[in-house]
Design a protein around this ligand. Sequence first.
Ligand code: ADP
Length: 259
Amino acid sequence: MTLRPPTERPRVLQMQGIAKVFGGTTTALRDMNLTVNEGDFISLLGPSGCGKSTALRLIAGLMQPTQGRILWEGGRGKDDLGVVFQEPTLMPWATVARNVFLPFRLRGQSYDSVKDRIAEILTLVGLEKFADSYPRELSGGMKMRVSIARAMVTNPRLILMDEPFAALDEITRQKLNIDLLTLKAKIGCTVIFITHSVFESVFLADRVVVMAARPGRVSAEVAVDAPYPRDATFRTSAEYAAHTQVVSAALLQAIEEHA
Ligand code: ADP
C-alpha cells in the first residue's frame, strides 16, 4: 500500500498542550503536542522517565491530563485502540485462537461469528498452524505475535505498542520489526510505538519523536523519509545509517539538555 504524505491523510488525533503532573511534584509530561495521521508509524524514543508510557496511557484514556486535551477526529469509539505491552499477557489456560478471541468476547460476540477473522489474522502473523496450541508451547517471539494479533484482530484505528520487543533476542526482534511493517502495510493501521532503541525507532517509523526527561517533554521530531517497504537490506543501507546518526544526535541532545 502506498501512503500519501502525512499532511494529506485524515487525522486520527491531536495532543494539544498536554501536561501530566503526579502528586503535585513530578512533571511526567510538559506541553506535549503531537498530531497523529492515519497510516502514521510514530516511534516515541527517549531515556527512562521521559514520559513515554504516560503519553501512551493518556492516549489510551487510562488517565486524564493535568492540562491540555486530546482531540480524536470524529470522536472516540470503543473500538479505536489496540494495545501491545512488553509482556504478551496471554491467558495460559486458553489456546492461541481463544486468546485472540478475547477482545470480541469482551464485546459479547460469539466465537463462531468471528472465527474466520481470527483465522485470517493468525495467518497474517504466521501462526495459522498454532491456533490450537497453548502459550506454554510457544517461543517468546511467537507469544508476542499472538499479542499483536489480539491487538489487531478488531481492526482498531490506532495501535499503541509499549516496548513490545524489548525482552526478545536481537534476531527475533529484527524479524518481528520486519513482520510488523508487513502486517501494518497489509491491514493499513496507524501505530505509536515506544522504544529505547535508536535503531529500532528508525527502522520502523516514518516519524521519530525524541523525548527528554525531568520534566518529560518532546525534544525533537525527526522525519524518516525512507520509503516502505523496508526489509533487511534497509538496515545496511547508507540511508538508514544517515537517519540513525541524526536520531542519535537528537537523543544525545535530549539527554544532555538536563544533565
Ligand atoms: P517512561 O515511559 O519514559 O520511562 P513514564 O511515563 O513511565 O516514563 O514516567 C515519567 C515520570 O513520571 C517518571 O518520573 C515516573 O517516575 C513518573 N510517574 C509515572 N507514573 C507515575 C505514577 N502513577 N505516579 C507517580 N509518578 C509517576
